[in-house]
Design a protein around this ligand. Structure first.
Ligand code: PHE
Length: 507
């Protein structure tokens, strides 16, 4: 009996020696009530800790050593999102519509559009219809009013109940609000409790004295002898911790910054210029024929004000000659007439090549590497992969001996630095480059087209007095963002979905 006891004691002191301060303190606290099941806040209280990561870490250590048993329950809580909050404070849209319907002497679509703002009237009609309100000759009617009352009431009740854990909520209602953007948010959390094991409960509390714990290494500490017997606080980077919800850049902004960085690192300088431009610089300077379909009203946003922006006559003369006859370049040009009036039309730039070409016109003799990341405009119908307003990553290299190989290598280097090592080019056509390329990047096993590139034609460079070859490219930024953020709908980037924005990775 005696021998047995001393064996336990030896073993206990060996275990005690292996414990770090936090584990000692936690074990000591738990020994004050050896059969109790401890919650996190009870542990924090008893140990006089603020940081829950310390408690979780110490608990983990004690669990590993067989002294404590840990139980974890995962809970998913549902709370109100931004839309849900305003629905609670200002009233659910369908509830307000329903009130309007009941009070209106003339519940017509036209009246509804007058009583509600556009962003509510549009979805509102759909909401009413889904509730069983029908439209008859522009007027709303409802066959089963009590049913609508009931549905609306249950939706309001549901929102009023939040926050609640998923298990306590009605599945159908949950699915309904989950489908409505930003109405609800899910917050996952783990609840932990700790209890001493039989071995832990028998532990001798007097073995649990704490040694000095060092959190931070200072020069003073290293100079003194104190560190020799001290215990160093360990950092456990695998522990869960709260994500601080601080302000942060929009992922598009971060991506632009990263692209800037890469080009600056590669020796490029940035061009920043206005998006109000002339058709002359946007198209004529780039040898895009004046009757090119992309110049039509349905593709390009021409401006009413300024409707026309005057250009120096000598530059228009040069474009005119090249377009009509090909000038001295050996080209035959496009033939036909050239209109200076068309050149001077004001528009929203359709590509950032309008900026690099003007830079070259101003600096025709100075070899350069320039880039721009900026907004462009095209009359596109909005869908999953198109926006009428988007960004391009534009660049040029002008220097003696610049060649196709250099162009391809530069683009490959750029995408490699972005994290996409697999890049290929394919022949393409642009009126202003020869040869012309399409750039493709491999993503999830598929080749995706991200932009165009090429070497400017003599019809572009000669009128500006440029002697060296100019390598040029223009690539879609949003397309790249879709890859980086793993999106399959480009619109996600601009709808200000707070929950989504918060959870985006740092770029
Ligand atoms: N401007 C072209 C576009 O908008 C891209 C491009 C730029 C192609 C430069 C060749 C050279 O798609």
């Amino acid at each position: 009996m005696h021998r047995f006891d001393s064996r336990i004691t030896t073993r206990m002191s060996m275990v005690a020696e292996k414990l770090v301060n936090t584990e000692r303190r936690m074990l000591k606290a738990m020994l004050t009530n050896p059969t109790k099941v401890w919650s996190l806040s009870e542990i924090l209280n008893a140990c006089d800790w603020q940081d829950q990561a310390i408690a979780v870490g110490a608990g983990l250590g004690l669990t590993d050593k067989g002294l404590v048993e840990l139980s974890e329950t995962l809970t998913r809580e549902v709370k109100l999102g931004v839309q849900g909050q305003s629905a609670v404070s200002e009233g659910l849209l369908e509830a307000r519509l329903w009130d309007w319907f009941n009070l209106s002497s003339e519940p017509s679509v036209a009246n509804l559009q007058q009583s509600f703002e556009r962003h509510e009237a549009g979805p509102g009609i759909g909401l009413l219809k889904k509730l069983g309100v029908t439209m008859d000759g522009g007027r709303f009617t409802c066959a089963n009013e009590s049913k609508v009352n009931e549905i609306i009431k249950s939706r309001q009740d549901f929102l009023a109940k939040l926050p609640k854990t998923v298990g306590d909520l009605d599945d159908d209602m949950l699915a309904h609000f989950h489908n409505r953007r930003n109405f609800i948010e899910f917050v996952d959390s783990t609840t932990r409790t700790w209890q001493l094991t039989t071995e832990g409960a028998q532990f001798d509390s007097s073995l649990l004295t704490e040694s000095t714990m060092i959190n931070e290494i200072t020069p003073e500490l290293l100079q003194s002898e104190a560190w020799k017997d001290a215990e160093f606080r360990r950092f456990d980077v695998t522990l869960e911790s709260a994500t601080p919800r601080t302000g942060r850049s929009h992922p598009m902004q971060s991506l632009i910054e990263r692209i800037r960085h890469i080009f600056l690192e590669m020796g490029f300088s940035e061009i920043v210029d206005d998006y109000v431009q002339t058709a002359g610089w946007n198209m004529d300077a780039l040898f895009i024929p004046q009757d090119h379909p992309a110049r039509e009203m349905q593709d390009t946003f021409y401006l009413e004000n300024p409707n026309s922006i005057s250009l120096p006559d000598d530059i228009m003369e040069k474009w005119s000659k090249i377009h009509r006859t090909g000038g001295q370049t050996g080209s035959t040009g496009w033939g036909g007439e050239f209109s200076k009036e068309i050149s001077q039309k004001g528009l929203l730039r359709t590509h950032t090549t309008v900026n690099t070409i003007q830079y070259l016109a101003e600096n025709p003799n100075q070899p350069c590497r320039m880039f721009a990341v900026d907004r462009v405009f095209r009359k596109e119908a909005i869908d999953r992969t198109h926006l009428p307003e988007f960004h391009q990553i534009e660049g040029i290299i002008m220097e003696e001996g610049a060649n196709l190989q250099m162009l391809v290598t530069t683009l490959k280097t750029f995408y490699q630095k972005m994290g996409y090592p697999e890049v290929r080019v394919r022949p393409a056509y642009f009126p202003y480059t020869e040869p012309s390329l399409e750039i493709e990047v491999k993503w999830r096993g598929k080749w995706l087209e991200l932009g165009g590139a090429g070497i400017f034609r003599p019809e572009v460079t000669e009128p500006l007095g440029i002697k060296h070859p100019v390598l040029a490219w223009g690539m879609g930024l949003e397309r790249l963002a879709m890859l980086v953020l793993g999106l399959d709908d480009i619109r996600q980037l601009y709808i200000s979905d707070l929950e989504w924005l918060r959870n985006q990775p740092l770029i």
